[in-house]
Design a protein around this ligand. Structure first.
Ligand SMILES: Cc1cc2nc3c(=O)[nH]c(=O)nc-3n(C[C@H](O)[C@H](O)[C@H](O)COP(=O)(O)O)c2cc1C
Length: 216
């Protein structure tokens, strides 16, 4: 059965994670509702060269070029301020929301229920309705304020899943690193997942040593 997941992209670095997640969800037969914060639109342009406009108003025009027509047709996009959009109501039946990557600003606002745009409002709705809310924070180092906000959200029921890929599966490419995080997101959503390698133990046959192996 197709479930719609809300993907909220913010002004944190790591938009490649979001792209990989959208592709993975649609590739597994799921639908995606997408909104990007104003800062997120700037970072998207900078990191991936995708011009979504200042508030995501150009997304309908650029989605097919960005993600390919087959993926784009399963993605409904909403401008940043569309707090009237269907996902902003508790009556809409989505499968949950993923804020990926999640900035410390959005993290702070969601942790105190301050909903200034659609991404923050949908996160707030997930918390009040008890739906999955996966937060993929990206910042380093973390201040005490960041840590307190993360703890508050964890206690409120969010899943805190930092953009922090492991290296024990011997990744060879950046996509392997992205998949390590995206696969964990899919697992938490209960979406059937063959993205990212699963650990089988040290005695099992391993991939060849990957990133880091060739360093002098
Ligand atoms: C290129 C670029 C990279 C950024 N990376 C991060 C980051 O990794 N984490 C973070 O918390 N903020 C980062 N910021 C700052 C946020 O974009 C900024 O705090 C913004 O106000 C967040 O707004 P939003 O939460 O509404 O998206 C970055 C900004 C730029 C321009």
């Amino acid at each position: 059965m197709t479930v719609r997941y809300f993907v909220g992209i913010t002004g944190a670095s790591g938009h490649a994670y979001a792209e990989r997640l959208i592709r993975a969800l649609v590739g597994r037969g799921q639908g995606v509702d997408l909104s990007i914060t104003e800062a997120g639109c700037k970072v998207l342009r900078h990191e991936l060269g995708v011009d979504a406009g200042e508030r995501g108003e150009r997304l309908p025009d650029v989605l097919a070029d960005w993600l390919g027509a087959d993926v784009a047709k399963e993605v409904r996009s909403f401008i940043t301020g569309a707090v009237e959009a269907p996902p902003s109501s508790g009556t809409s039946l989505g499968g949950g929301a993923i804020l990926i990557p999640c900035s410390m600003g959005t993290l702070a606002r969601v942790s105190v229920g301050f909903s200034s745009n659609l991404v923050e409002r949908v996160a707030d709705v997930c918390l009040k309705e008890g739906r999955p809310l996966v937060i993929v924070p990206r910042e380093t180092p973390l201040s005490e304020v960041h840590l307190e906000n993360l703890l508050r959200l964890k206690r409120l029921g969010a899943i805190v899943l930092p953009a922090m890929p492991g290296f024990y599966h011997r990744p060879r490419t950046i996509d392997d690193l992205l998949d390590h995080v995206v696969g964990k997101v899919l697992d938490r959503l209960g979406v059937q997942n063959d993205v990212g390698a699963r650990w089988k133990g040290l005695d099992e046959p391993q991939a060849e040593p990957g990133i880091g192996r060739d360093r002098p």
